[in-house]
Write a protein that binds this ligand. Structure first.
Ligand code: FES
Length: 121
């Protein structure tokens, strides 16, 4: 059976969709003000006709709650913080379609230093 070539996704957009239970003071990525950002992102990708090559994925906590709502774009470990609909529009246009990550929307270096080396050699 010939299944043909199926290309890998070009980008993954991991959007944190974790919310804290009512009464818990911990910051979280989904509040009443940020609710709906994942669906908005998915609708933008569909409108642009790039859903598929770009995979939109809901995740739980990505570990940087204090600067949420946030989203990780792979490849490249690009962590976008304090998201809004306007920022999502620009990220899709300039990073995903244009190939130029938007530095001013990325997490601060002190919150995103180099990964630990887990290699045993
Ligand atoms: S709840 Fe979103 S990063 Fe922690």
């Amino acid at each position: 059976m010939d299944l043909g070539l199926k290309p890998q996704p070009t980008f993954y957009m991991f959007k944190c969709e974790q919310s804290s239970p009512p009464g818990i003071p911990k910051p979280c990525c989904v509040t009443k003000d940020s609710k709906g950002l994942f669906n908005y992102m998915a609708s933008v990708l569909m409108e642009k006709g790039i859903m598929g090559p770009v995979q939109a994925i809901k995740t739980s906590c990505l570990g940087r709650c204090e600067v949420g709502p946030l989203m990780l774009v792979e490849p490249g470990h690009y962590m976008y913080v304090q998201l809004s609909k306007e920022k999502i529009d620009k990220i899709v246009e300039e990073h995903i379609i244009g190939g130029n990550p938007i530095k001013e929307y990325l997490i601060a270096d002190e919150l995103w230093s180099d990964p630990l080396n887990l290699s045993k050699s």
